[in-house]
Design a protein around this ligand. Structure first.
Ligand SMILES: [Zn+2]
Length: 219
């Protein structure tokens, strides 16, 4: 690295190549370690608690398809035709449920004292998208269309890769486990609908996710 010489010499510029290399390495590193799994979970769901529930066995290479089952209804906000799901408003300190709100896809929040949606539609929430039984647009495919696209990925990633016919007609099974997280207020029919739709796509392994029981030990 040559310095500037008084009286007119060669001026040097800092060499940026190492720092650019470093920045690209860092970007690559963070893209590789970013965890998409937590975005798949809908944390507003309140899972039922079941004492006999056991965690999944420590299986190697467990591939999971996480489905959040909820009931949705039309947004009560006037002039809005989007769908809304229920959200619990909890106290920050005690973590207890204070009230209930309907929150629609456009962000309208309406108080909903009932605490459950009756006569609503079965829906899935996936990465913040709300999927119903019927498709609404390319961005909101139906539950069936969504599960078919997930099954296509599972077929491709199976070893050896499977075809749709092998799974549907010859009874081969997709090895991925479908994890169903359903809200406590969800009807059984809604959960059953989702399980049946998964079975149509060739999924045979299911796990129902429940809330964790706090084990109190004697003092
Ligand atoms: Zn709305």
């Amino acid at each position: 690295m040559s310095g500037s010489v008084p009286g007119g010499g060669v001026k040097s510029e800092p060499n940026l190549t190492p720092i650019l290399d470093m920045v690209f390495q860092l970007i690559t590193f963070f893209m590789l370690v970013i965890n998409f799994k937590s975005a798949e979970l809908d944390l507003s769901l309140q899972l039922p608690v079941l004492g006999s529930a056991k965690p999944l066995p420590e299986g190697a290479n467990l591939k999971l398809l996480v489905l959040n089952v909820q009931i949705c209804t039309k947004c009560p906000h006037s002039g809005c035709d989007a769908f809304a799901t229920l959200r619990r408003v909890t106290d920050a300190d005690t973590k207890k449920v204070k009230s209930y709100q309907l929150v629609c896809e456009r962000g309208h929040e309406t108080d909903h004292p009932q605490g459950a949606i009756t006569n609503g539609k079965t829906c899935l929430t996936v990465y913040g998208r709300l999927l119903c039984k019927e498709s609404r647009s390319k961005d909101f495919p139906s539950i069936e269309e969504y599960l078919r696209s997930e099954a296509d990925l599972s077929l491709m990633s199976a070893t050896p890769p499977l075809t749709r016919d092998e799974v549907i007609k010859e009874g081969k099974e997709l090895m991925d486990t479908v994890v169903i997280r359903a809200d406590t207020g969800c009807r059984f029919g809604a959960v059953n609908f989702v399980i049946v739709e998964c079975q149509k796509q060739g999924y045979r392994r299911f796990a129902l996710k429940t809330g964790q029981v706090e084990i109190k030990t004697g003092s």
